[in-house]
Write a protein that binds this ligand. Sequence first.
Ligand code: 5RP
Length: 223
Amino acid sequence: MEDKEKIAIEALKYVENNSIVGLGTGSTANFFIKHLALKTKKEKLNIHVVASSTVSELEANKHGLKLISIDLLEDIDLYVDGADEVTDDLNVLKGRGYDLVKEKLLAQSAKKFIVIADQSKHVSAIGEKYPIPIEVMKNSWRLTKKLLDRIGHGELRKNSAGDAFSISSAGNYILDYQFKEKDIKKLNEEILSTPGVIETGIFYKITNLALMITNGDIRIISL
Ligand code: 5RP
């Protein structure tokens, strides 16, 4: 079994009966969705789920999980998602799947937010391997980009075919940016204070637990 699947199964230990579980986006999150559905059926649990993206919604539906629409919720019990970068002080970069605002809403609204990731995601500082994803209002993205160009540089993200721009399920564009600022708290605040910015992929001090895996060996990061 590959590491991503094994770590997704590990996260099932944190799922409680009669709870609402938020489903992340990406290949690791997809394994979690599949195994959560198997556990729910096998143990006859009363679990409701909420999806962070259209993809996770389709996956949940495919596996027969009971979906609740995000607009009906005020909070959730648990949110489990993958990540692009994870530091030892539990800061996380997300957003290659581009539904930043929904992912962060669920992560921050959850009583517990657990990141599941293989060791390739471990970094010493956020921004080490990937640019910072920034979800921006679609109709005014050029103005927002020009303002962000004062502190960094980057481009509008294209879709995987490269023939159109990526659009989040909330209908926004995504910028991928690099910045000189290394203080991640300051950087996040600076980006978020730019008009037209809806959300960033920087998950600063939101994560409760990261379950990391290297060649089958699991390491838990908690503060
Ligand atoms: C989506 C994300 C993903 O969780 C992240 O890109 C990791 O993906 P994968 O599990 O496929 O490696 O942040 O926005």
